[in-house]
Design a protein around this ligand. Structure first.
Ligand code: HEC
Length: 226
């Protein structure tokens, strides 16, 4: 009996479904447009064509080969590109509030693995008993105490092995604030003198000139190899 009931219910459902597909009375034309400028954009939309743009007339173009967007110079260097990524640094210097903010961000984004004591033993790792199997860097360890800040920056921007990238969570300034926080801590624990605080040594942002030189050399070397 129950079987018959469910067959009846199911077939009624199907009939209803099919009936709702009937497009007999559906309107296929849009209503009246009283403000055409709002309905049809006067500006050219992305991915459409603009006949005034010449050859391929596309609105969105790829960047010209070999160019780098403003503000992104050098920032793109990553591990393996050249060794120059290690010498990458910043001209930013942070006041007490910004240092505090760096610590806050560290505890949110990094502490879970690297530990709020920066000892590489956050709750996710928990001495190897946590959910995350790979041992995070222990910033007190000799291996990391003098690690070039450019290399650490690359780890945040691109990730490092099991560690994912934090580029989308932290903007450029926030990344450096977090690094300043780590470096200050390391400095107090036997690392290099701390230079990212207010009044620290001034450097021109394009101290990265050395970076270009090294990168150019490496590129030349690579080209020679080809
Ligand atoms: C999900 C866990 C996890 C989180 C969160 C995490 N890391 Fe890591 N981190 C790791 C692991 C694991 C390694 C060791 C990678 C290796 O050497 O194989 C590592 C390594 C590093 C290194 C050393 C890079 C190198 O070249 O050896 C730095 C610097 C670092 N992390 C910074 C950070 C910072 C800053 C944050 C927060 C923005 C962060 N990490 C968040 C897991 C994490």
């Amino acid at each position: 009996m129950n079987k018959i009931k469910s067959i009846v219910v199911a077939s009624m459902g199907i009939a209803l479904g099919l009936a709702s597909c009937d497009s007999g009375n559906m309107r296929r034309t849009p209503g009246h447009i009283y403000a055409p400028d709002m309905t049809y954009s006067r500006a050219y939309d992305a991915y459409t064509s603009n006949p005034k743009l010449g050859k391929d007339s596309l609105i969105s173009h790829l960047p010209v080969d070999g160019t780098i967007a403003r503000g992104h110079l050098y920032d793109h260097l990553k591990e393996g590109d050249t060794n120059a990524y290690k010498t990458y640094t910043t001209a930013m210097r942070f006041n007490a509030d910004e240092m505090k903010e760096g610590g806050r961000l560290f505890n949110i984004y990094c502490g879970i693995c690297h530990g709020t004591n920066l000892d590489g033993n956050g709750p996710l790792y928990n001495g190897g008993n946590g959910k995350f199997a790979a041992a995070p860097a222990n910033f007190k360890d000799a291996k990391y105490l003098h690690m070039p800040v450019g290399q650490m920056y690359a780890a945040i921007k691109y990730g490092k092995n099991m560690m994912g990238t934090y580029a989308s969570q932290l903007d450029v300034k926030q990344r450096w604030m977090v690094l300043a926080y780590i470096k200050k801590f390391q400095s107090a624990n036997g690392g290099d003198p701390f230079i990212f605080g207010e009044g620290g040594p001034e450097i021109k942002a394009d101290s990265a000139k050395t970076v270009t030189a090294t990168a150019a050399n490496t590129n030349a070397a690579n080209n020679n190899k080809k």
